[in-house]
Design a protein around this ligand. Structure first.
Ligand SMILES: Cc1cc2nc3c(=O)[nH]c(=O)nc-3n(C[C@H](O)[C@H](O)[C@H](O)COP(=O)(O)O)c2cc1C
Length: 130
């Protein structure tokens, strides 16, 4: 999981795919954080992406860096605990202007049953699960 965190942070941006009915939706994301041994991302409950995840928690993310790409598929689980939100906001202090652990909007979610596959044009794909 540390390796996945590092790749996503080094890439700077990853793309988060959700499903809205039979229509895939994808958008750039950046937040990624490990808390209590789980890989978390952050969003706002008001966003369409949040509503899509609540309706169907199966997601996939993809990032690319230095000729390698990473795909992480799994389910996202909302964690409404204050300490989980605090931990994310401490990792991304710039979010504190728009989000707080006590507002009704801030949402953090962790990956459950995740499979992360590292790929490149030169090496065989390698999958880790967490
Ligand atoms: C580089 C970059 C990183 C971003 N990271 C996040 C993020 O971590 N969480 C988030 O909620 N929005 C993030 N955004 C904004 C979302 O991409 C944007 O709100 C998007 O419209 C959300 O998807 P939706 O319109 O389907 O709800 C980021 C945007 C950019 C350009």
């Amino acid at each position: 999981m540390e390796e996945v965190l590092k790749f996503l942070k080094d890439a700077g941006v990853y793309y988060l795919a959700t499903a809205e009915g039979d229509q895939p939706r994808v958008r750039p994301f950046g937040t990624v954080h490990i808390f209590e041994g789980k890989l978390y991302i952050q969003t706002g409950k008001v966003k369409a992406v949040s509503k899509q995840i609540q309706a169907n928690p199966k997601v996939e993310i993809c990032a690319f860096k230095d000729g390698k790409w990473l795909r992480v598929s799994g389910e996202l689980v909302r964690d409404d605990r204050r300490e989980a939100k605090e931990s994310m906001l401490e990792a991304y202090p710039m979010l504190k202007g728009r989000y707080s652990a006590d507002d009704d909007n801030t949402e953090v979610l962790y990956f459950k049953d995740a499979a992360a596959t590292f790929s490149s044009f030169t090496e065989a794909p390698r999958t880790v699960t967490f």
